[in-house]
Design a protein around this ligand. Structure first.
Ligand code: PHE
Length: 342
């Protein structure tokens, strides 16, 4: 083997490398020339048979051959991989519509809660929150609930081993707020509540309320009725009728229950009847009343100086009525096929 032979190998190698169509072909050529059993190994082995006076020249030529082939392979590798990127880019159709994975939506409970909060925000209410785990004082005593009241029974309320309980309504949030803020007060307390109810179509041991409290120097039952009528029109439309019935709550005096006219049959119960309002034309929406002076005393307000109204409504109930949901349990099963309707 001599220098001319090396030149011939180099020319062939460079020719082949420059023709290699893709990365696989480049790799095959690298093995053929530079691999452990490649042509360059043969050249190196041949060195020992070269006559002494030609050894230096042959060695140099062999090194040059190796370097040039190496460089050419590297260059070709870049070129063909660049080509394949280009090919991918060319094949990508930027005008195709993207894949729409869909947005989630707010749970009906959150939707209704947000709506109620929005409506009352417009007349100056802000949101106050409190703990789900309450003490007996804030959940019952401060709310003027006598020791023998049935709602305090362990068959109705979840008492915890630490002496606390899971709040049965969000009224304790109002107690906490009044303890820490001077009047006037205008707050909404949305949140999760717990009662030992056996689950059925309309009961759940875990549900949500929004309660409202307005305390100032001269708040009257007329304010309560006016604000509730405003709320009714906002949430159900201008046609809705509102009915107030006397009731009893330990923490309000007088107490009322509020019904809205049925939005499905508009109170015009036909002979067929309307399932939503059970043919009565009315739907019970909330409890309300004027804050009992005993409650003001419990939080350190002077009942001679302030009056106030309070109301409370169950969110699940309103969601079921407004969205025509037949079973409260659907709101907790988290079946996306059901939830995505809203
Ligand atoms: N806390 C009462 C309940 O859970 C609702 C209510 C709130 C009634 C405020 C009157 C005034 O049933």
């Amino acid at each position: 083997m001599d220098v001319d032979k090396l030149k011939q190998i180099k020319d062939t190698a460079l020719g082949e490398v420059n023709e290699a169509p893709d990365l696989d072909a480049v790799e095959t050529l690298r093995i053929k020339y530079l691999g452990r059993k490649g042509l360059l190994q043969d050249v190196m082995k041949a060195l020992k048979d070269v006559p002494d006076e030609q050894k230096a020249g042959f060695g140099q030529a062999a090194n040059a051959l190796k370097q040039e082939v190496q460089a050419a392979l590297e260059e070709r590798k870049q070129a063909v991989s660049g080509d394949s990127e280009q090919a991918t880019a060319d094949a990508f159709d930027f005008t195709m519509p993207g894949q729409w994975r869909g947005l989630g939506s707010a749970h009906p409970i959150s939707q209704i809660t947000d709506r109620v909060v929005d409506i009352f925000s417009a007349i100056g209410f802000t949101v106050a929150e409190g703990p789900d785990m309450e003490d007996v004082f804030h959940n019952f005593d401060a709310l003027n609930t006598p020791p023998e009241h049935p709602s305090r029974d362990a068959r109705d309320t979840f008492y915890l081993d630490n002496g606390k309980l899971l709040r049965t309504h969000t009224s304790p949030v109002q107690i906490r707020y009044m303890e820490n803020n001077k009047p006037p007060v205008r707050i909404l307390s949305p949140g999760r509540c717990y009662r030992r109810d056996t689950e059925d179509r309309t009961h759940s041991a875990n549900f949500h309320q929004v309660e409202g409290l307005y305390v100032s120097e001269r708040v009257s039952l007329a304010d309560l009725k006016g604000d509730i009528a405003y709320f009714a029109r906002e949430i159900l439309g201008p046609e809705v009728q509102v009915r107030f019935r006397p009731h009893f709550f330990p923490f309000t005096e007088p107490s009322i229950e509020v019904d809205f006219s049925c939005h499905v049959c508009a109170g015009q119960t036909s002979s067929k009847g309307c399932a939503t309002c059970r043919e009565s034309g009315w739907i019970e929406i909330m409890g309300a009343g004027m804050v009992d002076p005993e409650v003001f005393k419990a939080v350190g307000y002077n009942p001679e100086e302030v009056t106030g109204y309070a109301f409370g409504m169950g969110i699940e109930r309103i969601a079921m009525v407004m969205l025509d949901i037949d079973d409260i349990r659907r709101l907790y099963q988290n079946d996306v096929r059901f939830l995505k309707q809203f």
